[in-house]
Design a protein. Structure first.
Lengths: 86, 193
């Protein structure tokens, strides 16, 4: 598993997720499910940057709470505003 | 018999602590900016949906790929210096800078297109947010590139090696923050409707 999950495959995964985001926009999908999918995609990509690119996976809980907390709060706030306006 | 606690001790933040406080402040500002955009959109849904379609999604997606790739190059630079490969570290930073330059060029093409169409900050609420958010981020890309360039010059001058690479990690962390912000900005402004 460790061999598959490395910095190169993480980069590839983020490329694929970005292309899926673009494709969803190009196809013109809107509504709760696409919004949640797009934000989930952003959460995964952001989480990978924090965990593996910034190398914060083993730092103290405080720093991880700040970084992941920022990501989750921003995405949840965006999700709420979009869902109540649909 | 001694108990080895090295595996359970949390690691320190990579790079200088000062750059992390800077990063936290930047994220706070961008986070507030994103939430204000989403809240203001509730009162202007039709306007935001209509003018979002005028944005160039292809350039936005290409810029996302460029920033993700440049972040990957920076990760490789940090790996290289940890293995004492100074020259490789410098080349990876140059590669990241090339990707960053690509981002700036594509963004400038996008801005030129909008400005030539007479669009500016006062055109409407959507463009006000689009231009101010992306330009604020644009300035951070420039600042990140200046930091990476300084790191490359210092590496070239022999300031870093496998025992001392805090400066490389600091520059890398800032650059990843620039990438992280765009990861939210791109779907928020260009795609989600």
């Amino acid at each position: 598993m460790k061999k598959v999950y490395n910095i190169h495959t993480i980069w590839l995964l983020m490329i694929v997720l970005t292309l899926s985001t673009y494709a969803l926009g190009k196809l013109g999908y809107s509504g709760v499910i696409p919004v949640l999918f797009l934000l989930l995609t952003a959460l995964v990509k952001g989480g990978l940057i924090i965990r593996d690119f910034m190398e914060l996976k083993d730092v103290s809980l405080l720093w991880r709470v700040i970084m992941y907390g920022w990501l989750w709060i921003v995405c949840i706030a965006i999700a709420v505003t979009y869902i109540i306006s649909i | 018999m001694t108990i080895d606690t090295t595996d359970t001790e949390p690691k320190l933040l990579p790079g200088d602590l000062a750059i992390w406080f800077f990063i936290f402040m930047e994220l706070l500002v961008f986070g507030i900016f994103f939430i204000i955009y989403a809240v203001i959109r509730i009162q202007n849904i039709e306007l935001f949906n209509e003018y979002q379609l005028t944005l160039n999604r292809e350039l936005g997606a290409a810029n996302t790929l460029l920033l993700i790739t440049s972040s990957y190059f920076v990760v490789r630079a940090v790996q290289a210096i940890k293995e004492n490969h100074v020259t490789q570290c410098i080349y990876w930073i140059y590669a990241a800078l090339a990707s960053g330059t690509g981002f700036l060029i594509l963004k400038s093409i996008e801005y030129a297109d909008k400005f030539s169409a007479g669009i500016n900050l006062s055109t409407n609420t959507f463009y006000m947010f689009y231009l101010s958010l992306t330009m604020f981020h644009f300035l951070h890309v420039i600042l990140g590139m200046i930091i990476l360039l300084a790191v490359a010059f210092k590496a070239k001058a022999g300031a870093y090696n496998s025992q001392n690479y805090t400066g490389v990690e600091s520059g890398a962390s800032y650059w990843h923050m620039v990438d992280l912000v765009w990861i939210i900005l791109f779907p928020l402004v260009y795609i989600i409707r």
